[in-house]
Design a protein around this ligand. Structure first.
Ligand SMILES: [Zn+2]
Length: 136
């Protein structure tokens, strides 16, 4: 089993103790909340952990995730992660709030991101699960 340092994301052999790379504690602080752990996982070296974190944060509509998700949606080199981050950002912020960003991404973004942006930037478009109640 491989573990990842809470401070620097280096691989570690044990779930707790000192990190070989940064010398900090490998384990999360005892008081770290579930949301803090999810936010931490947004920068995880494993793409699938990042994806899950982005998805769950969106489903929970975590305001604290807005800025990190926005950054990922705009700059992540992995277009699937960027697309998921955008989906989650829309779940939290609502597509009206994001309209300008969505219009821009619909024109110039990697294909996966463009697809999400287009689905949500069409005026009166259906675009979402469960209808307009989802988007406040
Ligand atoms: Zn470390």
């Amino acid at each position: 089993m491989v573990y990842y340092c809470w401070q620097c994301y280096a691989e570690a052999d044990a779930p707790s103790g000192s990190c070989r790379r940064c010398g900090g504690r490998v384990e999360a602080p005892a008081q770290a909340t579930y949301v803090e752990r999810l936010l931490w996982a947004l920068d995880h070296p494993l793409a699938e952990r990042q994806m899950i974190a982005a998805k769950v944060l969106g489903r929970r509509r975590e305001r604290a995730a807005v800025e990190p998700l926005r950054a990922i949606a705009l700059t992540a080199p992995d277009p699937y992660l960027a697309a998921q981050a955008l989906e989650s950002l829309i779940e939290i912020e609502g597509r009206d709030t994001l309209r300008e960003m969505l219009l821009e991404l619909a024109l110039s973004a990697p294909a996966q991101v463009r697809k999400v942006a287009r689905a949500h930037s069409q005026r009166g478009g259906r675009g979402g699960r469960g209808g307009r109640g989802d988007y406040r």
